[in-house]
Design a protein around this ligand. Structure first.
Ligand code: PBG
Length: 324
């Protein structure tokens, strides 16, 4: 480069701009998170997530079919569990006839090629609303890991392709890998929520599932938003314990973490464009304050540019429609 260099030459036409574009967003990068609830023929819009719904199983299958036809290859499932099925142990999380095993079987039967990802954590099942078992206000680590293992095995039995532990207990990746291998599920992959922060951006998701903690917060297991080096330690541990992919969550306020993790691992890196990030764009769009679709694409592209190979996003279907 010298002083006669004019960067605008490469921005002159759309064709040249396309030629030099460094990052692309593709429908192949997207994982579509979906909420499932009990009942029939019903979908309920999540108030704080316009355009996102809790689906009963029959309608969920239709939604997945539509998404798959648009080119989406993977979904992540989250259950809205009725209060009366919750207990302090989260036992519904490993009920072989529970919502998630039923959903896995129904979706696999209808759309065999879709990749199924299931969340491993106790919060939607736990009467305390925490990702782990609570005793005297303390979240128990090793006791929780034992239940998470039961949950993951139950999901594997029902046909999940990838388990995604989002609980942030210590040692869970190694425990899950060992148990899955021992039971013959060595082909079930682990997508580790490695750097998951104690974030206020999860608010709308907790509305969707009614899974907010009844007391306290998640700061003894989820990470401090102030820390980046700690994310590296979490990622290294998960990698050593056998994670197949690592995740950073939330995504938008943590692009630096995505970048750092991408620089220091050779595993695929996922980013979770979480519920609060989705809600902010939808709200500003509804107010007429921003062009929601353009902001959505720019936001997701920034995650790719930061290093994300995969993005979990409630926008998945909308993006797939736009990229057609
Ligand atoms: C819980 C879980 C959460 C999300 C995914 N799994 C919420 C939490 O940790 O409180 C949040 C996703 C989102 O906000 O979109 N294990």
């Amino acid at each position: 480069m010298d002083l006669t260099y004019r960067p605008r030459r490469l921005r002159r036409t759309a064709a040249i701009r396309d030629m030099v574009q460094e990052t692309q967003l593709s429908v192949k990068d997207l994982i579509y998170p979906l909420f499932v609830m009990e009942g029939e023929n019903t979908r309920e819009e999540v108030t704080s997530m316009p355009g996102s719904y809790r689906y009963t199983l029959d309608l969920l299958v239709k939604e997945v079919q539509e998404a798959h036809q648009l080119g989406i290859r993977a979904i992540a499932l989250f259950p809205a569990v009725p209060e009366e099925k919750k207990d302090s142990y989260g036992s519904e999380s490993f009920n072989p006839d529970g919502l998630i095993p039923q959903a896995l079987k129904a979706i696999k039967a209808a759309i065999p090629n879709i990749t199924l990802i299931t969340d491993v954590a106790l919060d939607p099942y736990n009467s305390d609303g925490h990702d782990g078992i609570v005793r005297d206000g303390i979240i128990l680590n090793d006791e929780t890991v034992e239940v998470l293992v039961e949950q993951a095995l139950c999901q594997a039995e029902a046909g999940t392709d990838i388990v995604a532990p989002s609980d942030m207990m210590d040692g869970r990746i190694g425990a899950l890998r060992e148990a899955l291998d021992e039971k013959g599920f060595e082909d079930v992959a682990i997508l580790a929520y490695s750097a998951k922060y104690a974030s206020a951006y999860y608010g709308p998701f907790r509305d969707a599932l009614g899974s907010a903690p009844k007391a306290g917060d998640k700061k003894t297991y989820q990470m401090d938003p102030a820390n980046a080096r700690e994310a590296m330690r979490e990622m290294e541990l998960d990698e050593m314990e056998g994670a197949d992919m690592v995740m950073v969550k939330p995504a938008l306020a943590y692009l630096d973490i995505i970048y750092r993790i991408k620089e220091s691992t050779n595993l695929p890196v996922a980013a979770y464009n979480v519920s609060g990030e989705y809600a902010m764009i939808k709200a500003a769009e509804q107010m007429g304050w921003i062009d929601g679709k353009k902001v959505m694409l720019e936001t997701l592209l920034s995650m790719k540019r930061a290093g994300a190979d995969l993005i979990l996003t409630y926008f998945a279907k909308e993006v797939a429609l736009l990229l057609q």
